[in-house]
Ligand binder design. Structure first.
Ligand code: NAD
Length: 255
């Protein structure tokens, strides 16, 4: 077990990559606070997930774009487990829209969840880590679009590019507290966020031409990199981005 008794908050953990990370971390011995956006049936999914783990784990409701929610999520985690060792900033949304048609509301929504949400979760988590002592880990699920453009997705790219710069800054500012900060940048992973592409044979074929590995990635393949970054073996790793993209970022289409 590589994360025995490590207390870990995973945001947006009821589906896709967040769910895979929460599940794998619990299997590695971590106590997981399974964050869910409090809408519709999410609470039941989060409660069932936390109960299914072999370790003592809990579900914590909260919208990461709201400071009061985030501070309560961290408080509930610490009240239950006494500390917080690892925060995984995974919650994220996309709103696809041509730039000329995008609205202020859409911009603020995407930036609010993806960038502000990562800021406020990191700050609340890091304040707790500094107060308790002993270091910690902040891990961000950014995207290959922290670096490469994605037409019709300007707010998303801006949010993920912002997460990249924030993480690099925090790696320096939080180093004296021994808090490691790193990004994982997934390429095309088979999760609900990509359902429209996965359900459309032609769109899927087109997407696969961009991926040297020739397939979509699995959420579990992102989770395994998160385990490494959260573990003791990554003690000297901070300020880096780890691509989990089947070579997508290396692909240059000339013709
Ligand atoms: P997903 O839609 O399954 O997961 C997103 C999760 O975030 C959902 O559980 C959702 O409920 C939660 N969420 C949304 N808004 C929230 C909020 N305000 N507060 C709390 N939770 C909220 O998709 P996914 O692919 O698993 O995405 C996870 C992360 O990975 C996202 O940040 C996404 O940008 C990133 N990512 C995904 C891919 C991919 O190909 N799937 C590629 C690059 C990056």
């Amino acid at each position: 077990m590589r994360l025995k008794d490590k207390v870990t908050l995973v945001t947006g953990a009821t589906s896709g990559i967040g769910k895979a990370i929460a599940t794998r971390f619990a299997a590695e011995g971590a106590h997981v606070a399974v964050n869910y956006l409090p809408v519709k049936q999410n609470a039941e999914v989060a409660e069932a997930l936390a109960k299914s783990f072999a370790t003592d784990s809990i579900a914590v409701a909260g919208d990461v774009s709201k400071r009061a929610d985030v501070e309560r999520m961290v408080r509930e985690t610490v009240e239950r487990f006494g500390r917080l060792d690892i925060a995984i900033n995974n919650a994220g949304i996309e709103i696809k829209k041509p730039f000329l048609e995008a609205t202020d509301d859409e911009w603020h929504k995407v930036i609010g969840v993806n960038l502000y949400g990562s800021f406020v979760v990191s700050q609340a988590a890091a304040r707790q880590m500094v107060a308790q002592g002993g270091g910690g880990k902040l891990i961000y699920i950014s995207s290959v679009h922290e670096d490469i453009p994605f037409p019709d997705n300007t707010a998303y790219c801006a949010s993920k590019g912002g997460v990249r710069m924030m993480m690099r800054n925090l790696a320096i500012e939080l180093a004296p507290h021994r808090i490691n900060c790193n990004n994982i940048a997934p390429g095309a992973i088979a999760t609900p966020i990509n359902q429209a592409v996965l359900d459309d044979a032609e769109a899927k074929r087109n997407a696969l031409t961009e991926i040297p590995w020739g397939r979509f990635g699995l959420p579990e393949e992102v989770a395994s990199v998160a385990v490494f970054l959260a573990g003791d073996e990554a003690e000297y790793v901070t300020g880096s981005t780890y691509y989990v993209d089947g070579g997508l970022t290396q692909q240059v289409t000339l013709y």
